[in-house]
Write a protein that binds this ligand. Structure first.
Ligand SMILES: Nc1ncnc2c1ncn2[C@@H]1O[C@H](COP(=O)(O)OP(=O)(O)OP(=O)(O)O)[C@@H](O)[C@H]1O
Ligand SMILES: [Mg+2]
Length: 730
């Protein structure tokens, strides 16, 4: 050891000047300064206070107890849920010359003995001891801790991944419950609870379950600005395996993790990737520990580029330069998604999260979450409640605007058109549900590992343009840049380029310059027309939903003003798109969503019976992400099933925006067939592609597109009804 600072004095309060702490950080870890809430957490525990520290994945929570271990008298006991996590941290600390060990069933008995002997001495050399919650629960080990405590040698107890104590958390571990006695057992030793969970309910639960006393509560920002979030739609891809292998190849050997729901899918995908020349290996609990260990070693040392794994891989894996995290299947909750995707870019460098969204996957996940027998970790007594909770968590995998740190915000129209395609493509498939969701399917077939770490424990239309005139450019895309026969992909690519150019070039400059070319401005005539359009859609919605106590005119004005305020500086292209998105939203919103979005108008109607005015649109949206989606137990009709979802990170503004739903937007006033929803016939909204077609027809009369949508798709070579039905049969 490089000479741990020798502290004289009792183990309770040992305050250190920030400068001193920084020098320890620098000396042992080579970092120049503290991140996030590290310093506050360290100071809290050094002053003898309990502390609840919430920092994002990769935020540096470990440092909150590692630095105190170097400046505090006695041992820091770290309770950690995974052996692999402990192994990693201990190895890394030892490399830095810091005396650390872990105790677990996997340790050789002579190693355990040596550790115990050291603990028994009057002056243990150990500074950090990592243990599992299971071990802490044993009377033998508790007796040992008591001895240490009585001798003034227990300096701090850190509970890592503390959300595991909460049944509301995404990683509940029953053994964590036993940690509730720590506060009583060691009354004057600071307890430090660390987690990256973003759910307030879980946070409260952690604090109360651990009986933290008057804790210092620290919450760092959860934004991960270096991660770009993107969703790809399986149902729109010809070959998802090729797509994923191209993604990985184009990243140039970047270190990556792909998460799959099932073990077999890991093996299968890994094999495909290897065949395509991508260095990959599968990792899941079905492999023996030797194999898993060697897969992990190879990946950590860059001999393998990609690990294709179930969730058994990851918690605590500290590889800083993971550039891509893919979800081959939907994660089970927003929290899980945040945690798993958060394994990318721990070095703060630009990284990607790519989620492959499949409609079958969604149904599959809902099935699993509803089925307590598969959901192994659920205590039987509360399985229904937890199933509902799990489904509610899953439904949170929903839109939230993040201001261009995700595909929906950076390429709204691209996402819009894809979502639109998705909504229309697999119509027939929705009616013939994938066999796995039929009641005859036996849960046992699902070899999933998404829930817990048992194995480890036992062990958007006018559109964005690159010219001043959105219409012109969109037409150009439709006519010249992308030939009529070009594949959908080529169109998407062209759109992507146009969107990029918009943001990189004039679009932004203009925005910053504070002026819009006249042709981009939103005229009063346009606004009136849009308001009328919204009014019609609102009328339809009220017919469908019944009693919504809002004044139609006021509500339409309210919604139109929302769209206008949002895009007045950007121009009519975005504005139109947003209006179309809102029309779409009206065609599928539930009563509660309507109440949510129109609450200002509804309240006003209730209060004074008067119509609302545009000015009642709140400038600041609600502080917490709003869930916009199918609630558990809600209808699973066509609209609900294909309800577009995409994942955004928690926004920089810390709020969601209902209009993100508008990522499914399209525009134009073309005649299109209506979309049946239940007993209702809803107003049809043209797809973006249809919009392109319309524009092309108007401009050059060369982009004939008057056939029904199914035939057009076939000509585009992307989606073929016959093909779809063939796929269904096979
Ligand atoms: N102050 C700092 N400056 C630079 N890098 C840091 C700093 N503190 C920690 N790190 C590094 O950041 C990486 C992530 O740290 P750590 O594993 O503690 O994150 P975490 O918050 O525990 O994440 P997770 O929730 O995934 O466990 C580590 O490699 C760590 O060395
Ligand atoms: Mg950690």
């Amino acid at each position: 050891m490089k000479g741990v600072l020798q502290i004289k004095g009792a183990s309770g309060r040992e305050k250190k000047a920030p400068k001193e702490l920084e020098s320890v950080l620098n000396q042992y870890f080579g970092y120049s300064g503290f991140r996030g809430k590290q310093l506050e957490a360290i100071e809290a525990v050094l002053s003898g206070r309990d502390c609840f520290c919430l920092m994002p994945t990769g935020g540096g929570k470990s440092m909150c107890y590692q630095v105190p271990a170097l400046v505090k008298t006695g041992i820091v006991l770290v309770i950690s849920p995974l052996i692999a996590l402990m192994e990693n941290q201990v190895a890394s600390l030892k490399n830095k010359g810091i005396p650390a060990e872990f105790l677990s069933s996997t340790q050789a008995s002579h190693t355990k003995q040596r550790i115990h002997e050291d603990l028994d001495t009057g002056n243990p050399s150990l500074k950090l001891l990592y243990v599992t919650p299971e071990l802490v629960a044993t009377s033998g080990f508790m007796a040992k801790l008591k001895k240490l405590y009585n001798r003034g040698l227990l300096g701090l107890v850190a509970i890592d991944e503390a959300h595991c104590i909460s049944t509301w958390g995404h990683d509940f571990r029953p053994s964590y419950r036993k940690l509730s006695s720590l506060r009583k057992q060691f009354p004057d030793i600071p307890l430090l609870a660390l987690t990256a969970t973003a759910v307030p309910k879980v946070q409260k639960d952690v604090i109360s379950s651990l009986c933290l006393q008057n804790p210092v509560i620290l919450r760092a920002s959860f934004n991960r600005p270096n991660i770009f979030y993107e969703v790809r739609y399986k149902d729109l891809l010809d070959d998802v395996y090729s797509d994923i292998s191209n993604l990985l190849k184009s990243s140039g050997n970047a270190c990556s993790i792909i998460y799959c729901l099932e073990r077999a899918a890991c093996d299968d995908l890994s094999m495909h990737l290897s065949q395509q020349g991508v260095s990959s290996a599968a990792y899941h609990a079905g492999l023996n520990s030797k194999v898993r260990s060697s897969v992990l070693d190879d990946w950590l040392s860059s001999r393998t580029q990609v690990v294709v794994a179930t969730v058994a891989f990851g918690m605590g894996i500290d590889r800083q330069d993971v550039r891509i995290v893919c979800h081959f299947n939907l994660p089970k909750s927003m929290e899980s998604f945040y945690q798993e995707s958060g394994r990318a870019g721990r070095d703060q460098r630009p990284s990607r999260s790519v989620l492959y969204y499949g409609l079958d996957d969604r149904r599959r996940m809902e099935f699993i979450l509803r089925n307590p027998k598969i959901n192994k970790a659920q205590p039987s007594s509360s399985s229904n409640e937890l199933s509902e909770k799990a489904l509610a968590d899953f439904s949170q995998v929903q839109p939230t605007l993040c201001q261009r740190s995700c595909d929906a915000c950076k390429h709204p129209n691209l996402v819009s058109s894809r979502l639109e395609e998705l909504r229309r493509v697999p119509n027939c498939r929705f009616n013939k549900i994938s066999p796995v969701f039929q009641s005859s399917v036996k849960p046992a077939h699902l070899d999933t590992e998404f829930w817990n770490r048992e194995d480890e424990a036992s062990i958007s239309a006018e559109d964005i343009s690159d010219s001043d005139d959105g219409n012109e450019v969109v037409s150009n895309i439709a006519i010249s840049k992308v030939p009529a026969k070009a594949g959908l992909d080529a169109k998407f690519k062209a759109l992507e380029r146009a969107e990029n150019a918009y943001y990189q070039g004039k679009g932004q400059t203009k925005q910053q310059g504070g002026g819009l070319a006249d042709k981009k401005s939103i005229s009063q005539t346009l606004r009136d027309a849009c308001r009328k359009r919204l009014l019609d859609a609102l009328g339809q919605a009220k017919l469908r939903l019944g009693n919504i106590p809002c004044d139609d005119e006021a509500s339409a004005t309210h919604l139109e003003t929302e769209c206008f305020k949002k895009y007045e500086k950007v121009g009519k292209t975005f504005y139109n798109s947003q209006i179309a998105a809102t029309v779409r939203w009206l065609s599928s919103a539930t009563s509660s969503q309507m109440h949510d979005r129109l609450h200002a108008v509804i309240d006003q109607t209730k209060d004074d019976g008067a119509s609302g005015s545009p000015d009642i649109v709140p400038e600041s949206p609600p502080a917490s992400p709003k869930i916009v989606g199918t609630k558990p137990g809600e209808t699973s009709n066509y609209e609900a099933d294909v309800k577009p979802q995409h994942i955004c990170k928690l926004g920089k503004r810390g709020h969601s925006d209902v209009s993100t739903e508008g990522a499914a937007a399209s525009t134009g006033n073309m005649e299109l067939p209506s979309i049946p929803t239940g007993n209702m016939v809803l107003p049809a909204i043209p797809t973006f592609r249809e919009f392109l077609s319309q524009k092309g027809r108007d401009r050059a009369k060369s982009y004939s597109n008057s056939q029904p949508s199914g035939i057009r798709r076939k000509s585009s070579g992307q989606v073929d009804k016959e093909e779809t039905s063939k796929r269904m049969k096979s």
